[in-house]
Design a protein around this ligand. Structure first.
Ligand code: GTP
Ligand code: IMP
Ligand code: MG
Length: 447
């Protein structure tokens, strides 16, 4: 087996960053295959914290890190991220689409217009960039680093039409946050400024050009260890998530051949690791059956259940990209089971077990009650159905933080924590092979 995929089982922020960092020691390539700077993964190495949005985790171990065409990039942000490293071994596929200020403006304008029905996007221009890719008017990395006149023409064509739509439909303009940060003051971008900024960015990023699809195929042919790093989680998948409260790409294991450009056959024996957090969180709106927050969206911490506030505080459940409070709830194994089956996860990495410590009674949702009938079916496509089903919980007694932190093997875990893990295995019918008990590289139990 030479390929491994690390992907989020539910709504992302499960701690994929840490798991992939721990596992990729032997990898020769680490590939980001979906999403853009909406993703935010945090890594703690020897007590030092790193936040990556665009870059695959491989850069933290001086591995070859690749951005495949299924991902998208904001070159201005990517350059900032690269500047944190003295040396970087990065490759970007020429087919990768580029995020421009008009995409960010469109994302913000649309959300404003949707009002209380908004998706709660990360305002990074993700949806509009993927739309342009599909409409065949997008600008790719290949264009960004290519002929300057052609790039200028493409930028001008896009700028004019986007400005018009923004003005006429949304009473908005081509604007984006000043320092690129979520919620920051908006700054207008002139055509001239965009041409200058993006041409310069193209020059800086040109050395990273690589036909990622070819590079990965060759590595697979040579039986090298290849790691695919998913962003977000399966319930945010454009097709199989809770549409329309989803992102615009596919984090699924089955999207890899298309997103990266490798054959299905070349990864047929993939080791698919689903990263599952010991409880659920959701940033943005959309139905969450096991939600513990009384005000569902946006979260109002003043009216939340104490348990929700405790978990949020202990687990630092605030968006890496947006800083927004994430909704919190009990682990939902109905959703996890749906995702496990669709992705074909062969093992589960369970994270943040420590965050659940020191709570008297824990609950795990093992089924739903649907109009008086117990079911394990998940109709993620039907919003009203999701709003009406009720969780069926199994209760497990809590465990102490100290005991969790002291455990170095599965056997050393407190009995109740073991029961928690075994419940997951019995419902998902997949082994939990990795248990993470803290943010650091060293805080891990191999089972
Ligand atoms: P996305 O691509 O945005 O979905 O990111 P992600 O899945 O990598 O997760 P993210 O980094 O957003 O969130 C995980 C957070 O939890 C980070 O701050 C990690 O340092 C931290 N973390 C990871 N594993 C554990 C754990 O077992 N216990 C605790 N307490 N923190 C953890
Ligand atoms: P977008 O990807 O910015 O368009 O946001 C669409 C939805 O996906 C929103 O609910 C976001 O909060 C959510 N989302 C996007 N990226 C992430 C992530 O990395 N972690 C968790 N949620 C995310
Ligand atoms: Mg995150």
């Amino acid at each position: 087996m030479t390929s491994t995929c690390i992907s989020g089982v539910i709504w992302g922020d499960e701690g994929k960053g840490k798991i992939i960092d721990v596992l990729n020691e032997k990898a020769s390539l680490v590939i980001k295959y979906n999403g853009g700077c909406n993703a935010g993964a945090t890594y703690v190495i020897d007590g030092k914290k790193y936040e990556l949005h665009h870059l695959p985790s491989g850069v933290l171990r001086d591995k070859r890190a690749l951005i495949a065409q299924g991902a998208i990039i904001n070159p201005l942000k990517l350059i900032k991220e690269i500047s944190n490293f003295k040396k970087i071994n990065l490759g970007i596929d020429p087919r990768t689409h580029i995020i421009f200020p008009w995409h960010i403006a469109m994302d913000i304008a649309r959300e404003n217009k949707l009002g209380k029905n908004k998706i709660g996007t990360t305002a990074q221009g993700i949806g509009p960039t993927y739309e342009d890719k599909m409409s065949r008017v997008g600008i790719r990395f290949y264009d960004l680093i290519g002929n300057k006149n052609d790039l200028e023409r493409k930028i001008k064509e896009n700028y004019e039409i986007k400005q018009k739509v923004l003005k006429e439909v949304y009473n908005f303009e081509i604007m984006a946050p000043e320092d690129g940060k979520f919620g920051a003051k908006l700054k207008k971008f002139s055509l001239k400024e965009i041409v200058q900024l993006y041409s310069k960015a193209g020059e800086k990023l040109k050395p990273y050009l690589s036909d990622v699809s070819e590079e990965v195929m060759h590595a697979l042919e040579k039986k090298e260890e290849v790691f695919f790093q998913g962003s977000q989680g399966f319930l945010l998948d454009i097709a199989y998530g809770n549409y329309p409260k989803v992102t615009s790409s596919s984090p699924s294991v089955s999207s890899i051949p298309e997103n990266v450009g490798v054959s299905l056959k070349s990864i047929s024996d993939i080791n698919a690791i689903g990263v599952l957090k010991a409880y659920i969180t959701k940033v943005g709106s959309g139905p969450v059956v096991t939600c513990l927050d009384k005000s569902k969206w946006p979260v109002d911490e003043n009216v939340s259940e104490n348990i929700a506030n405790k978990i949020r505080k202990e687990g630092h459940e605030y968006g890496t990209t947006t800083g927004r409070a994430r909704r919190v709830g009990w682990l939902d194994l109905v959703v996890a089971n749906y995702s496990t089956k669709k992705n074909g996860f062969t093992q589960i990495a369970l994270t943040k077990l420590d965050t659940l410590a020191d709570i008297e009674k824990l609950k795990i949702c093992v089924a739903y009650m649907d109009q008086g009938k117990i079911t394990q079916e998940y109709k993620g496509y039907a919003t009203e159905w999701l709003n009406n089903v009720k969780p069926v919980y199994r209760e497990i007694n809590g465990f102490s933080k100290q005991k969790i932190l002291n455990a170095k093997t599965f056997d050393q875990l407190p009995e109740n924590a073991k029961e928690y893990v075994k419940t997951i295995e019995s419902v998902l019918k997949v082994p939990v092979t990795i248990i993470s008990t803290g943010p650091d590289r060293e805080q891990i139990i191999w089972k």
